[in-house]
Design a protein around this ligand. Structure first.
Ligand SMILES: Nc1ncnc2c1ncn2[C@@H]1O[C@H](COP(=O)(O)OP(=O)(O)OP(=O)(O)O)[C@@H](O)[C@H]1O
Ligand SMILES: Nc1ccn([C@H]2C[C@H](O)[C@@H](COP(=O)(O)O)O2)c(=O)n1
Length: 205
C-alpha cells in the first residue's frame, strides 16, 4: 500500500504524513529531503545548481541515503547525517533550481520507487508522477499567509518575509505541484494538525 500526500510549500505535508504514518504503523517518505540534500551538497561543493552533470557526479561519488521512519526521515551521506542541515533558508533558496533539473528528478524518483511498501510518501508529485497507482492520494493547501504564520513559529523570520518566500517557491515549483485528478484536496486552513490527520485517516478506513 502507498498513500501519497502532496501539497505546496509549508502546507503541512511532513507533519501530516508523519502523523498518518504513525497511526498506520508504517514509515513515511519525505521526497523533498532528497532534493534538499542534493542542494546542500551542491552548495557545499560550490557547484552551479543549474548544472545537472556536476550535481549527479557528486551524488554518484558520494551516495545519499534516505532512511524513512514513521516519526521522521533521516538523510545520510555515508556516515554523515545531513538531516538537520536540510531546512535552512540557504537550502530553501536553491532547492527549486535543483528540483527543476530532470536528471535530478530521475535520481530522486529512482530512490523512491526502490523503497519497500507500505509507506506514506509526501512531496509535490507523489500522486501524479512517482506513484500514479497509489491506493490513496491527498493534496494539502492553505493560504500563503496561514502557511507563513505556521512557519514563523519555527523560524525567527517575520511573517511577510516568509509569506513572500513561500509564494516564490510555489511559483517555482508549479510545474510539478499540481494535484492528481484522483487526489482528495484538503484546505488545511480551518483545521489544526490533528484535524488534517484525522480527515485522512477517516478516508483510509
Ligand atoms: N493544520 C495545521 N495547523 C497548524 N499548524 C500546522 C498544520 N499543518 C502543519 N502545521 C505546522 O506548520 C509548519 C509547517 O508544516 P510542515 O513542515 O509539515 O510543512 P511541509 O509542507 O512539509 O513544509 P515544506 O514544504 O517546507 O517541507 C509546522 O510547524 C507544522 O507543525
Ligand atoms: N516530490 C517533490 C518534493 C519536493 N520538490 C521540491 C519543491 C521544493 O522547493 C523542494 C523541497 O521540498 P519540501 O522539503 O519543501 O517539501 O523540493 C519537488 O519538486 N518534488
Amino acid at each position: 500500500m502507498i498513500v501519497t500526500i502532496d501539497g505546496v510549500a509549508a502546507s503541512g505535508k511532513s507533519s501530516v504524513s508523519s502523523g498518518v504514518a504513525q497511526a498506520l504503523g508504517v514509515p513515511y517518505v519525505s521526497s523533498g529531503l532528497l532534493y534538499r540534500a542534493a542542494t546542500l551538497l551542491g552548495l557545499e561543493a560550490s557547484l552551479d545548481l543549474h548544472a545537472a552533470p556536476g550535481l549527479l557526479a557528486l551524488l554518484g561519488a558520494h551516495p545519499v541515503r534516505l532512511e524513512p521512519l514513521a516519526g521522521g526521515n533521516r538523510v545520510w551521506q555515508g556516515e554523515r547525517e545531513l538531516t538537520d542541515d536540510l531546512h535552512s533558508s540557504r537550502v530553501d533558496r536553491g532547492v527549486s533550481v535543483v528540483a527543476a533539473l530532470p536528471e535530478v528528478r530521475e535520481w530522486v524518483d529512482a530512490q523512491l520507487r526502490a523503497l519497500p511498501e507500505p509507506f506514506v510518501a509526501e512531496g509535490r508529485d507523489m500522486g501524479t508522477n512517482v506513484f500514479p497507482h497509489a491506493s490513496h492520494k491527498f493534496y494539502l493547501t492553505a493560504s500563503a499567509r496561514i502557511r507563513a504564520e505556521r512557519r514563523a513559529r519555527e523560524r525567527p523570520e517575520d511573517v511577510p518575509a516568509i509569506e513572500a518566500a513561500l509564494q516564490r517557491r510555489d511559483e517555482l515549483d508549479t510545474v510539478q505541484s499540481a494535484p492528481a485528478p484522483d487526489a482528495l484536496v484538503i484546505d488545511t486552513g480551518p483545521l489544526d494538525l490533528q484535524g488534517v490527520i484525522d480527515t485522512i485517516l477517516t478516508r483510509l478506513h
